[in-house]
Design a protein around this ligand. Structure first.
Ligand SMILES: [Zn+2]
Length: 173
């Protein structure tokens, strides 16, 4: 590949993103209106967001998005994908946790998401265990996410069976 074709100079650098974030925080802090915080998020982004921590498996994206839209009335789902995320969250590898948490925080803080759903599914290549073990892992995942003490209304744990239907097996708050 010809590297000269890569327009690297046009890609925003992380420091510039960091400055933009810091500036918007200062603006937000100058008008502390906590009561309308969520509403302002919805207005600014033209919709209500939820957060899904889902498997990277292509079969489970649409079912999770549709379930959240149909059952919680959300407009958009921020999708955080990993192979077998229930295993990662249950086992608690620091690097994996930090990566997932950083993405959840963007969804919660920048999009005002008030719901986090973690899903496990049948025939998962990333976490090839029994349904019973998946359910244990999902429950541990919900406990893990709760321990982050995020300003959300609910943390849900879901199982997606071989019919690709979303079933809530754990709910908190
Ligand atoms: Zn999977």
């Amino acid at each position: 590949m010809d590297q000269k074709q890569n327009p690297r100079g046009k890609v925003p650098s992380f420091p510039s993103i960091g400055r933009a974030t810091a500036a918007s925080r200062v603006t937000a802090a100058s008008k502390p209106k906590a009561a309308t915080h969520v509403e302002s998020h919805e207005k600014r982004h033209h919709g209500k967001f939820a957060t899904a921590i889902n498997c990277m498996d292509g079969r489970v994206q649409v079912p999770v998005i549709n379930w959240l839209k149909e059952n919680l009335g959300v407009d958009y789902v921020d999708m955080i994908t990993e192979p077998g995320p229930d295993k990662l969250l249950a086992e608690g590898d620091t690097r994996a946790l930090n990566s997932i948490k950083a993405r959840v925080l963007i969804s919660v803080n920048k999009h005002g998401s008030d719901t986090i759903l973690v899903a496990a599914h049948d025939d998962c290549a990333g976490n090839p265990v029994s349904r019973a073990q998946h359910e244990t892992d999902v429950r541990q995942s919900v406990i893990r996410i709760q321990s982050w003490k995020l300003p959300v209304k609910r943390v849900l744990g879901a199982w997606i069976g071989d019919d690709w239907k979303v079933e809530i097996i754990e709910a908190s708050r």
